[in-house]
Design a binder for this molecule. Structure first.
Ligand SMILES: [Zn+2]
Ligand SMILES: [Zn+2]
Length: 223
């Protein structure tokens, strides 16, 4: 079963078909979720669409539909990912559907994101091998890292983090629920690995088996 991404990659890796009506190159178009998800759509998450406003079938479409159905619409030529079968999709304004165009810019962003995820994961793998908690902490605290990479860093810190990392882990704001929850789980893991815990009175880190907190002097046995 091909994923959405597989289909997109495949369509982008080959030359887009030419519109049979105007001979312009067609654009990759993302089918809106409401048209795809109900199972009544075109059976593909992406299609090729001719967005040439001078395309004769599109230009004639306005008059055609106004004449026959008395409402304002036209149609643009579309093709399935195979680039061989051509049909029409209705549009209700010149801008209709252009929001779903997969533009160069969107693609570049997507490429950049993929690239930084790759780089992030490989730095994390290095950090893990060398038990380099500082490197993993830097990635976790860097808000410009992709969320997926930071989430992985948060998870890894549970395994390689030190007790001295806990304070920064607690004090940082992550701006992402999943990362925040993972950090909390990892703090627990660090405590467990080092036989420590937080004093329930002063929040300083103490030995798990301590009877008296060495920071605030309170009795903490069994708490
Ligand atoms: Zn065309
Ligand atoms: Zn205390």
């Amino acid at each position: 079963m091909k994923t959405k991404q597989d289909i997109l990659d495949e369509m982008l890796s080959k030359e887009a078909p030419k519109c049979p009506h105007c001979k312009n190159s067609m654009s990759v178009w993302q089918v809106p979720d409401f048209a795809f998800g109900d199972g009544l759509g075109w059976g593909s998450p992406y299609l090729y669409v001719c967005f040439n406003d001078e395309c004769p079938s599109y230009k004639d479409g306005w008059d055609n539909i106004r004449g026959n159905f008395a409402h304002n619409a036209s149609y643009r030529c579309m093709s399935y990912p195979d680039g061989k079968t051509f049909e029409f999709i209705p549009v209700f304004s010149p801008e209709g559907g252009t929001g779903q165009l997969i533009s160069e810019q969107v693609l570049q962003e997507q490429e950049r994101l993929k690239e930084s995820i790759k780089i992030g994961f490989s730095s994390l793998a290095d950090a893990y091998v060398h038990k380099d908690a500082d490197a993993a902490m830097l990635i976790l605290l860097d808000a410009l890292q992709p969320a997926r990479v930071r989430l992985k860093a948060a998870d890894m810190i549970g395994d390689i983090g030190r007790v001295s990392d806990i304070e920064s882990l607690v004090n940082n704001k992550y701006g992402n629920q999943l990362i925040t929850e993972q950090v909390q789980a990892s703090i627990k893991k660090i405590h467990k690995r080092h036989f420590t815990r937080e004093c329930p009175f002063c929040a300083e880190i103490i030995k798990d088996r301590a009877n008296i907190c060495k920071h605030c002097g309170k009795e903490v046995a069994g708490l």
